[in-house]
Design a protein. Structure first.
Length: 122
């Protein structure tokens, strides 16, 4: 076999191996934690969400009532929560402490009491 053909075959084999190696690495990465939150008049369950600073999570919201909102101003995060659909928000807390989240779409007479807390620790 000619040296050029052999080099081409080795380069192709290395490229294929690299592709499989990358694919195996991506598949082996741990999935982000999903925290399910149910919104209903005039409550979030859970009402307190505990997170770790710098650790990404996905908040998944559902409701069966009416259209509601989720707003966490300290993390510049918000979404609409529509009955029968899951709303997903990715959040990576960048500071520690206790932070209020609230419904930002009027959902009835108890709307102003629809709040919760995100607690972020080191």
């Amino acid at each position: 076999m000619k040296p050029i053909a052999l080099r081409s075959m080795l380069a192709a084999a290395a490229a294929i191996a690299a592709m499989y190696g990358v694919a195996a690495y991506v598949a082996a990465e741990p999935a982000e934690q999903v925290i399910r939150v149910v919104a209903k008049r005039f409550d979030y369950t859970p009402g307190e969400i505990r997170l770790r600073k710098g650790v990404p999570v996905v908040l998944e919201f559902t409701t069966q009532d009416v259209v509601m909102g989720f707003s966490a101003p300290d993390f510049q995060t918000r979404t609409d929560i529509v009955p029968g659909k899951a709303a997903r928000v990715r959040l990576v807390p960048d500071k520690t402490g206790s932070f209020v989240f609230h419904c930002d779409i009027f959902c009835g007479t108890g709307h102003e009491d629809m709040v919760g807390t995100i607690v972020v620790t080191e």
